[in-house]
Design a protein around this ligand. Sequence first.
Ligand SMILES: CC(C)(COP(=O)(O)OP(=O)(O)OC[C@H]1O[C@@H](n2cnc3c(N)ncnc32)[C@H](O)[C@@H]1OP(=O)(O)O)[C@@H](O)C(=O)NCCC(=O)NCCS
Length: 205
Amino acid sequence: MSKVERLNKSETARFKAVASLHCNEIPGGVLSILGEDFLAVLYRYISQAPHCGIWVSEDSGNLKGFITGCADDKKMFRWVLSHGLLPLIAVGIRSITKPGVIAGAISVLKVLLKTKHDEPTPHSQLLSLAVHPGCRKEGIGRSLVQALEIELVTWGVNECLVWTTQSNLRAITFYESNGFIRRFTVKHATEDMVGLLKSRVTSNF
Ligand SMILES: CC(C)(COP(=O)(O)OP(=O)(O)OC[C@H]1O[C@@H](n2cnc3c(N)ncnc32)[C@H](O)[C@@H]1OP(=O)(O)O)[C@@H](O)C(=O)NCCC(=O)NCCS
């Protein structure tokens, strides 16, 4: 029986397992290109930032899935950069020459720093989610989304945005079945991003 729990900053091995699952199951993103070591450090800082969290679903110590989310993405990135910039540069520098990293980073920045003319998007976000391929369609993804929603409510947040690529139909179907509605599109160098919004986040399941 798998259980969902929140990671705390001292659990180095579990951050590595989360980073590995992220790279394997969300391979197209720039964070995956930067590699597992970079992601493990990034996730350790995200877990410490105010009103941010990482939850895992595990069975007998085996990672089945994870989710990350925050009440305010801009505040989160500011906190992570002000507290973890040097460790992140140290671990990221090895990846900067890999193909696709610069273009990917620009695309991520485009999503984060949407121009003034764009429709404003909410800052409370589901940042990443993945379930091990052997454990899908068992309700693990749904239980992880619920864990994040419960925490968003305690943070005083009542809406949640998630970005995914237009071709990730499985994820789009999953988010729609969890109450998210397609609201935004951002043009990408490689592929457009779709923003899905849940406007009535709840802690009653
Ligand atoms: C998207 C993902 C997290 C879903 O996790 P999951 O544990 O399989 O989801 P659940 O079992 O909780 O599914 C809940 C509902 O989502 C929908 N759903 C899940 N998988 C689906 C699929 N393969 N096809 C269509 N609908 C699906 C169904 O409505 C399902 O309800 P049901 O089980 O009653 O039919 C998982 O497929 C995954 O890790 N994908 C790769 C990583 C990824 O794309 N992450 C999102 C990037 S932003």
